[in-house]
Write a new protein. Structure first.
Lengths: 114, 112
């Protein structure tokens, strides 16, 4: 498809497990963003890539969160030693290089930590 | 840093009635403004955007918004809503970094 693809759509993890969430952006989109959306809240910024460079990771809540985009296309958000407060929907979005802030979002990965 | 305030967490309205969803932002510099819609179990979809020019912006599905610089507002309006407009609506703002900051969202509930 032509849109942003995220997998898995749903993930249940036991507290302490590591999880990896994948994002496949729109082809040709240079910029890639990760957001965290808690229940009933708006998306909160986590991190931003331009090609393979992680230009801003100021929103990552702790050093248990790690994101990469090694070839400037697919990105992976990894959460180590998950905790219950990590339960949320993780949204990935991509945009063109000449970005004004218009993002194209995937459907999100819903993480539930038990 | 900019912030976005959506004053209403929930707006109930009857079908075919007009609606306004309020958004205020705080920033001392020029910004770009956006409204996104999120249907259940889906990602966010752009409704409309203000980059420059006319302060009245028209978007998809009959929605429009007006940028008011003096009041730092960007309220979303629709003259006649449909059941299918029931969704979560998010206001967002960006400035130089092009990293959008989102409001907490307004749930629009359209009753028959």
């Amino acid at each position: 498809g032509a849109g942003v693809s995220q997998s898995p759509r749903y993930k249940v993890a036991k507290r302490g497990q590591d999880v990896a969430l994948r994002c496949d952006p729109i082809s040709g989109h240079v910029s890639l963003f990760w957001y965290q959306q808690a229940l009933g809240q708006g998306p909160e910024f986590l991190t931003y890539f331009q090609n393979e460079a992680q230009l801003d990771k100021s929103g990552l809540p702790s050093d248990r969160f790690f994101a990469e985009r090694p070839e400037g296309s697919v990105s992976t958000l990894k959460i180590q030693r998950t905790q219950q407060e990590d339960s949320a929907v993780y949204l990935c979005a991509s945009s063109l290089e000449s970005n004004t802030g218009e993002l194209f979002f995937g459907e999100g990965s819903r993480l539930t930590v038990l | 840093a900019q912030s976005v305030t959506q004053l209403d967490s929930q707006v109930p309205v009857f079908e075919e009635a007009p609606v306004e969803l309020r958004c205020n932002y705080s920033s001392s510099v020029s910004v770009y403004l956006f409204w996104y819609v999120q249907y259940p179990n889906q990602g966010l979809q752009l409704l409309l955007k203000y980059l420059s020019g006319s302060t009245l912006v028209k978007g998809i599905n009959g929605f429009e918004a007006e940028f008011n610089k003096s009041q730092t507002s960007f309220h979303l309006r629709k003259p006649s809503v449909h059941i299918s407009d029931t969704a979560e609506y998010f206001c967002a703002v960006t400035k130089g970094s092009y990293i959008p900051t989102f409001g907490r969202g307004t749930s629009l509930i359209v009753h028959p």
